[in-house]
Design a protein around this ligand. Sequence first.
Ligand code: CP
Ligand code: NVA
Length: 309
Amino acid sequence: MSALRHFLDLDQLDAATLRKILALAADLKKGRPPSANPLPLAGKTLAMIFEKPSTRTRVSFEVGIRQLGGHAVILTEHDTHLGRGETIADTARVLSRYCDAIFLRTTSAAKLTELARHASVPVINGLTERSHPCQVIADVMTFEEHRGDIAGKVIAWSGDGNNVAASWIHAAARFRFDLRLACPGQLRPSRETLEWAKREGARIALTEDPAEAVRGADCVVTDTWLSMDAETKVQREMREKRHNMLAPFRVDERLMALAKPAAVFMHCLPAHRGEEVTAGVIDGPQSVVWDEAENRLHVQKGILAWCMA
Ligand code: CP
Ligand code: NVA
């Protein structure tokens, strides 16, 4: 493992490190800085490269680093030379000379790996088509605030076996909870991720029946039917096919009622009411999505403090 504190994926960090980041986040949420210095990132700069849109991730990182004394430089591929063919490797080398860490939200996990290979400062994964670790570590924090230690609990995913689902699989191995995934056969998480989980001894169950996944669960999670990558690639008729495939996986009141009465509902947002989740569930009493969104800020600060302080 590199000596640099990259935050690339939950499968690349051990449980003790993830717990440390969560503890930093919890302390920061209570207003306790990680050291005697209330501004541990004073004078530090985070370069943030976005190849895809973002509301939560961008704002929580930008506000978070500012609260820790540092600041962020926001870059899109259109206002850097990345959009004109300058390589990721050269961009990594140059940004490392100016900045103290680099964040990337990208269409290709390979670009993230390449960035980390050539950067001489920590690199943070702000979402790829394969994973979304900053989201799921905040989800673990949110679950534990509401329902206590996640170890041994049952988390049910119903929907597309996408990037967020992959990070939930990584988290199941690191935090030792049971993860039941209900996905259409054609939209299962990748075999590579499932095989990794098996090697790690993670307790993962895969089904095409949402009721089977959700029955007795402590938490029900879903996500959009059309991730940002799919949105650009999938043609209209494919989109309809995908919606038809995913409709039985919608989290509605009937499905939610199969979970434990105290179960919470989570969604990384943005949500599409009437598609992957009904308004009754996401705006209902079991939903903790606004706490989940808020915790992105605290966890982002924990990640930044761990990577950069
Ligand atoms: N959940 C999440 O990452 O949201 P954004 O795409 O708005 O950053
Ligand atoms: N799966 C979604 C998550 C958005 C935060 C996407 O990749 O678009």
